[in-house]
Ligand binder design. Structure first.
Ligand code: NAP
Length: 435
């Protein structure tokens, strides 16, 4: 029997578990560890609360968890409650699927001013991640600046621009819903260092900006390249650029009743955050494209900003005992292999790119490598080894049936129009876990 530990219960973790089952059938036992008492990682705390159809993939992960040879072991911080070395002693392979939960920093002056956040923190706040639930962003001002032109920037801008009613059916947590409902933000500005052709926003998600109740997207036609140039784009990107063109041609009549604006400031690179204690403005430099890169022109200007959210990508968390690639913000690895018995997969391996589905082939690829390396397995103790150590050390771990208790309790607490109301502290989760 092969014993495999997966650290991290998000998409990369579950697709790897699924791949292990396909590879070895009942010749493997897979234990999925998570520091939270709840599974599904990014699906729960990253995917936007108003994108419930994407979250539905968790049903597939649930089916994996309910099979005989996959266990969820929550409330265990690997590297603290149990060391990597200890885990390595219990399992033939330890696979890190820990994602990229930390913000990349811009490294600009004023980044530590109040009300300047990274997207991990801001998204974690509206999604009820225990680390960020108490973020308490000040939304009383008029202008929000969102840095970046990826799908996370889109999520953040859309969530800020929506009305209370538009969250019907979502699982946005109550504290965020109430704060957003009381928000004074009328203007959201994307600060985008390159141009319309270079955005990383996918068409389905970008299109949603055109259908908000009180907000409409604003694109300056002068920023758009000649239409003939669009022919060189791949079809998906062309669709996104077509949407920008449609936004640029919206008339006042089209915007009737929509007093909130979601503006695109293209060819604008942030230089500094300005303010006394709290952010008041963003200084940006006009850019031009040279060989696809944004190059500063020396021309600067300021955009008033009452809140700033940088959406420029993520880094994985270092794990004690595991080499870290600081430049890439990933675990140091060669095609997923870290060192003897240690592997990584998903965003921890390759950085924050692709869709949730991209992690499926990634999971199958890493299991193939593990299969080459571990053969039949070395008769390791697996969960029994961890369980004995946890008892000795007083590690209060939970299993999948405990998550099912939390799940039921969250569903019972839901607003009338919501699928669940998440617990946002470890204490509340653990209390519900124990029923
Ligand atoms: P992303 O797609 O890599 O976008 C990051 C953005 O930040 C880019 O526009 C980038 O501009 C900009 N940026 C990076 N460094 C910058 C700097 N120093 N100054 C100014 N701008 C900077 O990352 P993401 O939005 O965090 O998304 C991560 C992944 O999750 C992506 O694969 C995304 O598609 C996926 N995702 C998908 C969904 C969905 O499908 N609904 C939702 C959320 C996230 P440059 O291009 O110029 O570098």
């Amino acid at each position: 029997m092969r014993q495999i530990a997966i650290v991290g219960s998000g998409p990369a973790g579950y697709y790897t578990a699924e791949a292990a089952q396909k590879q070895w059938g009942d010749g493997v036992q897979v234990d999925i560890y998570d520091f939270l008492p709840v599974p599904y990682g990014l699906i729960r705390t990253g995917v936007a609360p108003d994108h419930q159809s994407i979250k539905a993939v968790s049903r597939r992960y649930e089916a994996t968890s309910l099979s005989d040879n996959v266990c969820f072991i929550g409330n265990v911080l690997v590297g603290d409650d149990v060391s990597v070395e200890e885990l390595r002693g219990f399992y033939d392979a330890v696979i890190f699927a820990t994602g990229a939960p930390n913000d990349r920093e811009l490294g600009l002056p004023g980044e530590d001013l109040a009300n300047v956040f990274g997207s991990a923190a801001f998204v974690g706040w509206y999604n009820g991640h225990p680390h960020f639930a108490s973020l308490d962003p000040d939304l009383s001002g008029e202008t929000a600046v969102v840095i970046g032109a990826g799908n996370v920037a889109l999520d953040v801008a859309r969530i800020i621009a929506k009305t209370r009613g538009e969250f019907s059916g979502s699982d946005i947590v109550n504290h965020a819903l109430d704060a957003l409902d009381a928000s004074g933000i009328e203007r959201v500005v994307f600060v985008v260092r390159r141009g319309p052709h270079e955005i990383a926003m996918t068409p389905k998600e970008l299109g949603e900006l055109g259908h908000l109740h009180l907000a409409s997207p604003v694109v300056d036609p002068a920023d758009l390249p000649p239409e003939a140039d669009d022919a060189a784009l791949d079809p998906g990107q062309r669709k996104s650029v077509n949407l920008l063109r449609a936004f640029a041609s919206l008339s006042d009549a089209d915007r009737a009743g929509k007093h909130r604006r979601v503006e695109f400031d293209f060819f604008a690179s942030p230089v500094a955050f300005l303010g006394q204690g709290k952010v008041e403005a963003v200084e940006v430099e006009r850019t031009q494209l040279e060989d696809g890169r944004a190059v500063g022109t020396g021309e600067t200007y300021t955009i008033p900003a009452d809140i700033v959210i940088g959406c420029i990508g993520y880094r994985t968390s270092p794990v004690p005992g595991v080499p870290f690639d600081d430049r890439g913000g990933i675990l140091a690895n060669v095609e997923g292999r870290i060192s003897d018995g240690l592997y990584c997969v998903g965003w921890a391996r390759r950085g924050p790119s692709g869709t949730i589905g991209t992690n499926r082939p990634d999971g199958f690829a890493i299991v193939e490598k593990v299969a080459q390396d571990i053969g039949e397995g070395a008769g390791k103790a697996g969960f029994a080894g961890f369980e004995a150590l946890a008892a000795e050390r007083g590690v209060d771990f939970v299993e999948f049936h405990h998550w099912q208790n939390i799940d039921k309790a969250e569903i019972a607490l839901a607003r009338d129009d919501a699928p669940r109301e998440k617990f946002v502290t470890m204490e509340a989760m653990m209390a519900a876990a124990r029923g």
